[in-house]
Design a protein around this ligand. Structure first.
Ligand code: DP6
Length: 325
């Protein structure tokens, strides 16, 4: 056993995951398709320490409750037949908990670092399965570029894992993140998802329609067809938000700046710029751009009232141990 550090990029879903078929194993009700980002990342160091009596988890310098981190460590120790307590130190280079998918990069980095620290040699498929137990979207950040997550059919969740569809150089799209509110979000993804499942009359329709969106996105990615990917991605994002809005009480994640960005993206596209939007369980807007269009789109989003910060990035690799750390 030894200290190990891993990095993982955040990912944003183009065909969204919103709903579960099993709570205990965190199994998604439907598949999803995402892109892993280069510039928004979590770095996590796991240090097995026999002097500790319990695990510790420090995120961005602040001690956190162990919760799902402790549960994952327990499971991975069981796999490694180890009992040693661990210190987990994690740092995000972007605002945590503001709808920028920190749990995705966080749990992906955690499982890779913990596997390294506990001497576990695991396949990417297994790492994806473990990351899913932390957070459904984290299963996708194990891989780089374009990634598909399967809902799976098995009760034990062994087939609810992600796999890569295309590597970043195959289609180097750019991504502009418009941060419209840097504070923590009101209702986290997990609670918002469960609330939608329990109370939204649109939830069934949402889940039943994801299969068609996946097929469309898969084929758009295989054919590098930007217009088709734009259409299905905006449709998936707006449909997910429609299911949340119809919950009781309705979940409204957007603020005026969010809406200003959505209109700005559509106006840019109407003028011929290759760009589309997506929005997760928070007020930030992610604009996905054709290669070379990122800076232009960033300039326009920066000028929208209420936009605080704009981050321009591209597609990045999957989670990996940082050598020599
Ligand atoms: C809106 O992966 O955070 O970002 O599995 O409950 O941890 P849990 O949920 P999480 O949900 C992500 C929701 C989303 C859409 C997506 O990333 O697909």
């Amino acid at each position: 056993m030894q200290q190990a550090t891993a990095r993982a990029g955040a990912n944003i879903a183009l065909v969204k995951y919103w709903g579960k078929r099993d709570q205990r194993l965190n199994l998604p009700a439907a598949g999803s398709i995402s892109i892993t980002l280069a510039g928004l990342e979590t770095r996590t160091t796991v240090t097995p320490d026999p002097a500790l009596t319990a695990d510790r988890f420090v995120l961005d310098g602040v001690e956190q409750p162990l919760a799902r981190v402790g549960a994952l460590l327990d499971l991975m120790r069981e796999l490694a037949r180890e009992t040693v307590a661990c210190r987990v130190e994690s740092d995000n280079n972007f605002p945590t908990g503001a709808g920028l998918a920190s749990s995705a990069s966080g749990f992906a980095a955690l499982v890779v670092a913990a596997a390294g620290a506990l001497g576990l040699e695991l396949s990417k498929r297994k790492l994806s399965e473990l990351a899913r137990l932390g957070s459904g979207s984290a299963a996708r950040s194990i891989f780089g570029g374009f990634v598909e997550m399967a809902a799976g059919q098995r009760d034990d969740g062994a087939d609810a894992v992600a796999h890569p569809l295309a590597d970043p150089p195959d289609w180097p799209l750019e991504v502009v993140v418009a941060v419209t509110d840097a504070g923590g979000k009101a209702v986290g993804s997990r609670d918002g998802m469960n609330h939608t499942m329990q109370t939204s009359p649109y939830y069934r329709a949402w889940v039943d329609s994801v299969g068609d969106d996946l097929a469309e996105a898969r084929s758009a990615i295989a054919g590098r067809d930007f217009e088709r990917l734009a259409a299905v991605s905006e449709h998936s994002a707006l449909k997910m938000h429609a299911s949340m809005l119809a919950a009781r009480p309705g979940l409204v994640y957007w603020n005026p700046a969010t809406l200003a960005c959505l209109h700005a993206v559509r106006a840019l596209r109407a003028e011929g710029t290759g760009v589309f939007f997506t929005v997760d369980a928070g007020p930030q807007v992610k604009a996905v751009c054709r290669p070379g269009e990122g800076e232009r789109v960033a300039g326009v989003l920066r000028g929208q009232p209420g936009v605080r910060e704009v981050i321009v990035t591209g597609l990045g690799p999957g989670a990996a141990e940082v050598p020599g750390s």
